[in-house]
Design a protein around this ligand. Structure first.
Ligand SMILES: Nc1ncnc2c1ncn2[C@@H]1O[C@H](COP(=O)(O)OP(=O)(O)OP(=O)(O)O)[C@@H](O)[C@H]1O
Ligand SMILES: [Mg+2]
Length: 255
């Protein structure tokens, strides 16, 4: 089982659409057993897959250590793609974890994933744009970090900060975690994007993926229709780009 954290301190950079589309492709295109963890109180992945709500266990219970993996994992409509949902109560759970000084705070998600390590090939964890305890839990249980990034100055600042946090988590909780790469999203062919992408690609520490994801108005539409973009609009640039990205990811992780 390979565990991937999808994170960036910056909001609105494509973390959620990357998690959704990569999970969908790994499950349906490559026959992998995939678990998507919605580790964001906004619950966007949960809404997308129609499992948002308060009547079933969620990441809140994972953080509070109230639940087993079997109780919290739900199936989606896609074979091979399961999900641990989240909702707004995760914000309060995150605070409760910080108040609990008796049990380790950083490894609660790890405890759950350990229970299903033989059942999934890939776990993809979508994160909130923060550096709270939920994100620390994600990094502490992951093999790799993927950073979706839009080309602007604020995003670059966020990446530098996240990489510092990665160093700390690596030192204290999870020596094996590595940055897999930075994925440029919402790419447009203009000077700013071209120069920004070039800059990112030559800065070795950011490990930019060869693939980048083009901007398309189909992406917003696909979130409304709750379809992966390659289902909603198979011929659009972003659909092709996400396929290329997942191929690149598989080459890097599986050789
Ligand atoms: N390649 C793309 N082309 C056009 N729009 C995109 C693309 N990728 C993402 N978007 C749009 O940008 C918005 C933000 O995407 P998304 O929700 O995935 O970002 P996020 O990083 O998860 O945000 P948050 O930090 O709030 O969780 C969405 O409306 C989405 O449809
Ligand atoms: Mg999101």
């Amino acid at each position: 089982m390979k565990v991937l954290t999808i994170a960036n301190l910056k909001g609105g950079v494509g973390k959620t659409v990357t998690t959704i589309n990569a999970s969908y492709l790994l499950a349906t295109g490559y026959g992998k057993n995939v678990l998507l963890v919605d580790n964001d109180q906004q619950g966007n992945c949960s809404q997308f897959f129609g499992v948002y709500g308060y009547d079933k266990p969620s990441m809140t219970d994972v953080m509070k250590r109230n639940v087993t993996a079997e109780q919290v994992i739900q199936h989606t409509e896609y074979a091979g793609l399961d999900i641990i949902p989240a909702n707004l109560s995760l914000a309060e759970a995150e605070k409760a974890v910080l108040m609990d000084s008796v049990t380790p705070q950083q490894v609660r998600l790890r405890e759950i994933l350990r229970q299903v390590k033989d059942e999934y090939d890939y776990v993809l964890i979508d994160n909130a744009p923060s550096l709270g305890m939920c994100v620390i839990n994600s990094l502490a249980t992951s093999d790799y970090l993927i950073i979706p990034a839009k080309i602007d100055k604020f995003t670059f600042d966020g990446i530098a900060c996240l990489l510092n946090q990665l160093k700390t988590v690596k030192e204290y909780f999870n020596p094996q975690i590595e940055l897999l790469g930075t994925l440029i999203t919402s790419y447009r062919r203009n000077d700013t994007n071209q120069q920004g992408a070039e800059w990112l690609k030559q800065a070795e520490k950011y490990k930019a993926f060869d693939s980048h994801i083009r901007w398309t108005d189909k992406m917003d539409e696909s979130t409304f229709t709750a379809e992966p973009v390659m289902v909603h609009s198979p011929r659009c640039g972003a659909a092709k780009d996400y396929k290329a990205f997942v191929e690149e990811l598989l080459r890097m992780v599986e050789g």
